[in-house]
Design a protein around this ligand. Structure first.
Ligand code: HEC
Length: 145
């Protein structure tokens, strides 16, 4: 069931992009990778970022110690504003924000596991967020060749 939903969304996105004459190649969706990412997300990320990527309440307001709550990963947040490379870097090395409580996963998760989590996070987005984020990812690649 989950698979068919994912495939349907992906098919729709491909349609939307080709209908718009978009030249951004759609990242192929691998259902197995998403299942892996879902399990890793539930075990490592959901406690802060929310089971459905909804984040913590009042995530834009730091507490008395200057620590920010975890932001949403769904379409209400800004995760989809950033290229894959940047999101993977935050997972690997932390966010670089002062007083950050975002853990550093570079020595906990493998590169493939972080990519799987990212693939799962992308299922929280609608076609517009996904298309925008795909563009940011392509742009980043262009600029960093
Ligand atoms: C202890 C709470 C906590 C856990 C657990 C956690 N995060 Fe975070 N994460 C944060 C906070 C807080 C931020 C916001 C930046 C900051 O304050 O450092 C953040 C930021 C991020 C960002 C940048 C978000 C954006 O919108 O630009 C990504 C990507 C991210 N986390 C991914 C993950 C993933 C993937 C996991 C699990 C493998 C995870 N986080 C686990 C607290 C957490």
């Amino acid at each position: 069931m989950t698979y068919s939903i994912v495939w349907t969304c992906c098919g729709l996105l491909a349609l939307v992009l080709s209908a718009c004459g978009g030249n951004a190649a759609v990242t192929p969706v691998d259902p197995q990778q998403i299942e892996t990412g879902k399990a890793i997300y539930a075990a490592n990320c959901a406690a802060c970022h929310g089971a459905k990527g909804e984040g913590e309440p009042n995530w834009k307001v730091p507490d008395a110690n200057g620590v920010y709550p975890a932001p949403p990963h769904d379409r209400s947040g800004h995760t989809w504003h950033h290229a894959d490379a940047l999101l993977l870097q935050v997972m690997r090395e932390g966010s670089g924000m002062p007083n950050s409580k975002m853990p550093v996963y570079g020595e906990i998760l493998s590169q493939a596991e972080m990519e799987a989590v990212l693939a799962y996070i992308k299922t929280f987005w609608g076609p517009e967020e996904a298309a925008f984020q795909q563009q940011m990812t392509e742009q980043w690649k262009e600029q960093n060749r």
